[in-house]
Design a protein around this ligand. Structure first.
Ligand SMILES: [Zn+2]
Ligand SMILES: [Zn+2]
Length: 141
């Protein structure tokens, strides 16, 4: 998986990456399952896929944590959410509405689209649910 396509993750994978990113240190599969209120057996397949894609690394006895590639991906996933949510507030959405609505479709928006929106919005630094970071993608002219 190249760095370009790695951002095309299913909604479920996006949620798992964000969840693991939000934890300090490795996370056990059981804890991920508990976090989403599902049976551990239902998430194992996805965890294995994420590891195969090079986004997760296994830490013996401690579960999984994000690889360097996984961390870069997580940063993008967070930025994508914040750019889209900020954009919706320009159409009169409340902060709460914007976050909720974006969570319904954010997985389907490409990095190119987010980079373009970031440029068009003048590279905002403050999102409604956290700071927005910029990278070679959005800063390219
Ligand atoms: Zn939000
Ligand atoms: Zn930017």
């Amino acid at each position: 998986m190249s760095m370009d396509t790695v951002f095309e993750l299913s909604p479920k994978k996006v949620e798992y990456i964000k969840f693991i990113n939000g934890k300090n240190g490795p996370v056990k599969t059981n804890n991920i399952a508990a976090g989403f209120g599902v049976d551990p057996s239902t998430i194992t397949k996805t965890i294995v896929e994420l590891a195969d894609e090079g986004l997760l690394v296994y830490v013996p006895y401690h579960g999984v944590s994000l690889s360097v590639k996984g961390k870069i991906t997580a940063e993008f996933l967070i930025k994508r959410h914040r750019i889209l949510a900020l954009a919706l507030t320009h159409f009169g959405f409340s902060h709460e509405q914007a976050c909720l609505e974006v969570s319904r479709f954010e997985s389907f928006v490409s990095k190119e689209a987010i980079d373009q929106m970031c440029r068009a919005m003048g590279h905002p630094n403050k999102g409604i649910c956290g700071d927005i970071t910029h990278d070679d993608g959005c800063l390219r002219i």
